[in-house]
Design a protein around this ligand. Structure first.
Ligand SMILES: [Zn+2]
Length: 246
């Protein structure tokens, strides 16, 4: 969604301002102005629980706060359903290829997949999330490069570069010149889910749309794609809860 209002359209320049609604727990709310909105609207992000209040044109900050106070209980109820971010540390679990593995601190120097779980160096614990992120990206790259090559060979069309990003709105994309982009968080999902996303993006090499012809192509590469699609819909929020940066 795009927020179209500029500062000149809403007096008081309240774009992006964060406000705190007191209570238990207090709520942090981001104000956004929209030239198109006709009324106040509240949104709790399904991914990270962030709360946004959109103001219609001409609305004042005071009116916005009054509206938010009135809806505070509703907001709290929705935030409860979307718990906040997790910074994975020893003792926590981390989803890896569809299984939540325990994170175990050891005297080793590198992150390592072991029988007991994912081993992380006990030294410099503040670096654990960043180390785990590098570990996930490494395995995501291996799996996505392999799956892309396999599906492209089955399709009979070469793909371009494979890049990994941390995208929230999509799990992958295919550019007009055949470059593939994936979210490295896919390595947290079951292998068949990652495989479906690779098949989906590779199928775009043949059909640059989501037409019936495209889905027929996906079905040839990955026959029963309903289950992984549903899995992604149901679990996107969980995979995005994990936070690896400071
Ligand atoms: Zn697509």
């Amino acid at each position: 969604m795009q927020w179209l209002a500029g500062k000149q359209e809403v007096p008081g320049a309240i774009m992006g301002e964060q406000v705190l609604i007191s209570g238990d727990p207090p709520i942090t709310l981001e104000l956004k102005a929209s030239a198109r909105a006709r009324r106040f609207s509240l949104r709790v992000s399904r991914l990270d629980g962030r709360v946004t209040l959109t103001l219609p044109r001409g609305a004042s900050r005071r009116q916005a706060l009054a509206f938010a106070e009135e809806k505070a209980e509703w907001i709290r109820r929705h935030i409860d359903q979307h718990p906040g971010e997790l910074r994975p540390m020893p003792g926590d679990g981390l989803p890896f290829r569809g299984t939540v593995l325990p994170i175990v601190a050891t005297s080793g120097r590198a992150v390592r997949l072991a029988e007991t779980g994912i081993e992380v160096p006990e030294r410099d614990p503040h670096r654990t999330p960043a180390r785990l992120c590098a570990f996930l990206k490494h395995h995501a790259r291996l799996a996505l490069v392999e799956a892309s090559a396999r599906h492209a060979a089955a399709l009979g069309r070469p793909h371009g570069r494979v890049t990994l990003r941390d995208t929230r709105s999509r799990w992958g994309s295919c550019s007009a010149n055949g470059d593939l982009m994936y979210s490295w968080r896919l390595v947290m999902a079951p292998p068949e889910v990652l495989d479906y996303v690779a098949a989906h993006e590779v199928a775009h090499l043949a059909e640059m749309n989501h037409s019936p012809a495209f889905w027929a192509q996906v079905a040839r590469l990955y026959p029963r794609y309903d289950a992984p699609r549903r899995w992604l819909r149901d679990n996107a929020q969980t995979l995005h809860r994990y936070r690896f940066k400071d």
